[in-house]
Design a protein around this ligand. Structure first.
Ligand SMILES: [Fe+2]
Length: 319
């Protein structure tokens, strides 16, 4: 049974909406303000949020923006109940990320129609979400196959997101950094174990097979609309700052910024963790390796940004 969360500071309004929804096959949760709604979404995510705009403290626009910034809120439909009929308020609702809006006073028939339509949208989102889950499960399988220590990809995603936050990048890009950091090497699922695990340098015939993982990754992810924003990271995370990387030989700022960030975070995390054929470096040694390769392999600004955020990046590792 779908769950509808009603957020309104007025107990009378909450009860009225609950009564209207009684004729629908759904469970109803109630929240009196923004912070408690956000906490509920975090602990037991609903399928739809009906959100009042005018509330003391955090208003509905801000609540909506925060919902859409949450990993599990991105695909959660939000219908804003504006009470204010001017176009500007409807525009503000849409700009805050609302999927739909309706004006007060709420009428039962309209509410039911809107809720039905939003729940259909949620069903569609669920299928997208399902496809995305498959991709992320594959990324976990790659991690096991690649013999990385546990949570490597998770830490790369989290540290890439953290650096993006420091750069003041928009929430959507932060989400791209997190998800792209996690699945950038998904194409390794198509690379032979004997090549992935070879302790020494790869020979002429092995190298192209290893490098093919970026194209394999692209072909896995491309059909999915919900992950299409991650393609630049998957394709370009082995470009080098001096243009000698692959697959396109991009240089410096030609390399998408998200790919430059993930590439530095990936290298750092690989260096400070054990691999089957070598022991981990200390943080200082890892930083020295990155600085030595800044300007040739890695983006110097990103390397220095990581250096300045080291305590927070290390805290991610300890989590
Ligand atoms: Fe890679």
């Amino acid at each position: 049974m779908p769950v509808v969360l009603v957020v309104d500071d007025s107990p009378a309004n909450r009860e009225m909406i609950r009564l209207f929804l009684a004729s629908l096959e759904c469970d109803v949760m109630l929240a009196p303000d923004g912070p408690s709604a956000l906490a509920l979404i975090e602990s037991s995510p609903p399928d739809l949020v009906l959100l009042d705009v005018r509330m003391p403290g955090m208003d509905g626009y801000e609540v909506c923006r925060r919902i859409k910034a949450m990993p599990r809120g991105r695909l959660l439909p939000v219908v804003m109940i504006t009470g204010l009929s001017q176009t500007t308020h409807r525009v503000m609702a849409l700009e805050a990320g609302a999927d739909d809006f309706m004006a007060k006073p709420v009428e039962g028939a309209e509410l039911i129609a809107r809720v039905r339509s939003a729940l259909r949208l949620r069903e569609l989102y669920n299928t997208l979400d399902g496809a995305e889950h498959v991709i992320f499960s594959l990324a976990t399988a790659v991690e096991a196959k690649d013999s990385f220590t546990e949570r490597h990809t998770q830490r790369v995603g989290e540290s890439a997101r953290l650096l993006g936050e420091r750069l003041g990048l928009p929430e959507q890009t932060l989400d791209t950094l997190y998800r792209g950091g996690m699945i950038h090497d998904i194409g390794k699922i198509g690379v032979a174990d004997s090549i992935l695990h070879k302790p020494g340098p790869l020979n002429e015939s092995e190298l192209p097979q290893m490098q093919a993982h970026v194209a394999i990754g692209e072909s896995i992810v491309r059909p999915l609309r919900s992950t299409s924003g991650l393609l630049p990271i998957i394709r370009h995370h082995h470009e080098r700052f001096d243009g000698s990387g692959y697959p396109d030989g991009l240089r410096a700022r030609e390399i998408p910024r998200v790919a430059r960030i993930v590439s530095v975070c990936d290298a750092f995390d690989a260096l400070v963790n054990d691999r089957p054929y070598r022991n981990r470096c200390s943080t200082e040694q890892a930083l020295a390796v990155l600085r030595a390769g800044a300007g040739t392999q890695w983006d110097p600004e990103t390397v220095e940004l990581l250096a300045s955020e080291l305590p927070r990046v290390q805290a991610l590792g300890a989590a």
